[in-house]
Design a protein around this ligand. Structure first.
Ligand SMILES: [Zn+2]
Ligand SMILES: [Zn+2]
Length: 340
């Protein structure tokens, strides 16, 4: 089969590799659509502590079951399916406490940018679903990032009438947070981003206000919108220390800051202790997804509560995966679909 192999930062190759073997409990999926993800872009740009090249690349995909491993009963050949990129062990310290996203033995799966992708048994059992009829493959492939966003949305604890700010929010993750914030009843949904094209899309998806920091000071602008108080909730989705810092300044007393974007390893952010203490800020780090939020993400997609199709800027064949990643890096695309 043809596949994209990650060779290190800035280096991908499109080559012929063996179709993965399928063991007991596993499935082979014929990839119909894969999506570029912020993690892929980061890895392509600067490497990733979980990725050891050379390795198959990409992790958001949907397709058809091509082969069934021994003992699999929930899926049949030809079925349209989508799977998350990981599954927890369900037995470690964290899994037993319901914190499946922090699992000590989490199993990841890569290789979505290929004609076929193998799905390990644990993911088949825990985080794999038949695609509802109303969803296209590329919409279903949004399952994994949306599952992460659903976890962040829960941590945000948005109440009807709230002012929610999404900082660095013009990317796919921020735009999904925006849609969920609206559904949670946010009255004012503010998106901050440096790219006007992204801010336009945010407005189309329901942002009541957009702020480009190159033109106005976000902290002052949010204060103006909230009678000087600050936002009820701020969700940081840029993964930049400066935006983390700004997020803490954007919330009101008693407000919640969800730090969703992972910064480069080793980053440090200093906090104003008076703000955190006297203003009783709630600061929540959020990482990855749980089986519950994966299931929720599928419901959000199939009910149309999250419009995934608007976040896909274009489609390219498998051999042009590198071009797709570069388009996202350049800010010319929100998310690209790779169609093998
Ligand atoms: Zn992803
Ligand atoms: Zn575990």
């Amino acid at each position: 089969m043809k596949a994209v192999v990650y060779l290190g930062p800035g280096e991908l190759s499109y080559e012929e590799v063996e179709i993965p073997q399928v063991g007991p409990g596993e499935l082979l999926v014929r990839t119909r659509a894969a999506l570029t993800c912020g993690t892929d872009v980061k890895t392509y740009r600067r490497g990733h502590h979980l990725m050891e090249p050379p390795m198959l690349f990409g992790h958001e995909f949907a397709g058809d079951v091509a082969l069934i491993g021994e003992g699999v009963t929930d899926f049949a050949e030809g079925m349209r399916v989508v799977a998350a990129n990981s599954a927890p062990c369900r037995s470690c310290f964290f899994c037993r406490r319901g914190r499946h996203n922090l699992c000590e033995d989490i199993l990841f799966n890569w290789g979505a940018f290929a004609e076929y992708v193998r799905v390990p048994a644990r993911i088949v059992q825990t985080n794999m679903y038949e695609i509802p009829l109303e969803l296209e493959y590329e919409e279903a492939a949004m399952l994994e990032p949306l599952a992460c966003v659903a976890l962040g949305n829960k941590a945000a604890g948005i109440s009807p009438g709230d002012t929610v700010v999404i900082a660095g929010g013009g990317g796919p993750i921020g735009l999904m947070h925006l849609q969920l914030a609206k559904h949670a009843g946010a009255e004012q949904a503010v998106v901050i981003d440096l790219k006007d094209s992204r801010l336009q899309l945010a407005q189309q998806l329901g942002a009541t206000h957009v702020i480009n920091p190159e033109r106005e000071d976000p902290v002052a602008a949010v204060k103006d919108l909230t009678r000087g108080r600050g936002a009820d909730v701020t969700i940081e989705t840029a993964g930049l220390p400066d935006v983390w810092k700004m997020s803490l300044e954007l919330v009101r007393k008693g407000g919640t800051v969800v730090l969703f974007g992972g910064c480069p390893t080793g980053s440090q952010v200093s906090v104003d202790t008076d703000r955190v203490h006297y203003h009783e800020l709630t600061i929540r780090g959020v990482f990855h997804h749980t089986p519950k939020t994966v299931a929720r993400a599928l419901r959000l997609l199939s009910s149309g509560m999250v419009d995934a199709s608007r976040l896909i800027s274009g489609r390219v064949p498998l051999r042009d995966t590198q071009i797709a990643l570069e388009k996202v890096m350049a800010g010319e695309a929100v998310k690209m679909a790779i169609i093998p």
